[in-house]
Ligand binder design. Structure first.
Ligand SMILES: C[S@@+](CC[C@H](N)C(=O)[O-])C[C@H]1O[C@@H](n2cnc3c(N)ncnc32)[C@H](O)[C@@H]1O
Length: 250
């Protein structure tokens, strides 16, 4: 099922971390053209405003591992609209391939023999690091970057804590607020110093963005203070030169 221009009817796309100017041109075009937009709760009104007047917008409610429509219901909607010949944009926050359960939805389309395409987006870790003026990898500091979830369907999520506790390790921890004390305990158990820098970035890229510099010792208190979506950057502190950002630092 492709359109005359060979674009498949179903597009999976990343809306970026929130700000409309972090949406790629390809995703903005897909938004303008889609008949139906099935979006996660974290995709805000500024981005949805890029949808065309013909678009039917349906929130499918996913936010981290919080309440949402059942995965089968979401898949059923995508398949149903595509079978009616309507172009469907499945819009996820950040990048659809980072903690976005993209594989489960694309597998369902493959089973149904419906072609699709994937358009990437800016993931929360990239926007958060940019807010600190930081590089996620740096010669002489870290040759690898881990994207970790604090929480999964089973509860607090285990990671390779020994690797994350090594000097210079950098990780972006998604969905980590509620697991902050657990993460602190695991890292310290594996020898990470209490003064390891940890920065929490809430609502990265949005006007209400907050940057909370902390250490492993103060991580749980810093996390408890946040109410919006946040990414925890382990091993990174705001760069001193990123002074333009100071008004957002708490
Ligand atoms: C289900 S994951 C989706 C991640 C998304 N696919 C991405 O690439 O950014 C949801 C988590 O992403 C993080 N997140 C999403 N948007 C964010 C933002 N604007 N600022 C900080 N963290 C964000 C939070 O950790 C949130 O709990």
């Amino acid at each position: 099922m492709t359109r005359p221009d060979q674009t498949p009817l179903v597009t999976f796309a990343g809306a970026g971390p929130g700000a409309a100017d972090h949406v790629t041109l390809a995703v903005a075009r897909a938004l303008a053209e889609a008949d139906v937009v099935l979006h996660d709760r974290l995709v805000g009104p500024e981005v949805l405003a890029l949808a065309g007047p013909q678009a039917l917008l349906i929130e499918v409610g996913k936010q981290g591992f919080g309440p949402s429509l059942a995965q089968e219901t979401i898949t059923g909607l995508i398949l149903g609209f595509a079978r009616e010949g309507r172009s469907v944009l499945r819009l996820k926050s950040g990048d659809p391939a980072v903690f976005g359960r993209l594989g489960e939805e694309t597998a369902a389309l493959e089973l149904a023999a419906i072609p699709y395409r994937v358009l990437p987006g800016i993931t929360a870790a990239s926007a958060a690091a940019a807010a600190l003026g930081q590089s996620l990898t740096e010669r002489g500091r870290n040759k690898e970057l881990r994207l970790v979830t604090g929480h999964d369907a089973e509860g607090y999520s285990e990671s390779d804590w020994a690797a994350l506790a090594r000097p210079g390790a950098v990780a972006a921890i998604y969905m980590g607020k509620a697991a902050a004390r657990f993460i602190q305990g695991r890292l310290m158990m594996h020898g990470a110093p209490a003064e390891t820098p940890v920065t929490l970035v809430e609502n990265a890229s949005r006007p209400e963005q907050r940057i909370c510099p902390a250490t492993l010792a103060t991580l749980p208190q810093a996390a408890a203070d946040l109410s919006g979506p946040a990414v925890i950057l382990l091993g990174l502190a705001p760069r001193a030169g990123a002074t333009a950002l100071l008004e957002h630092v708490i």
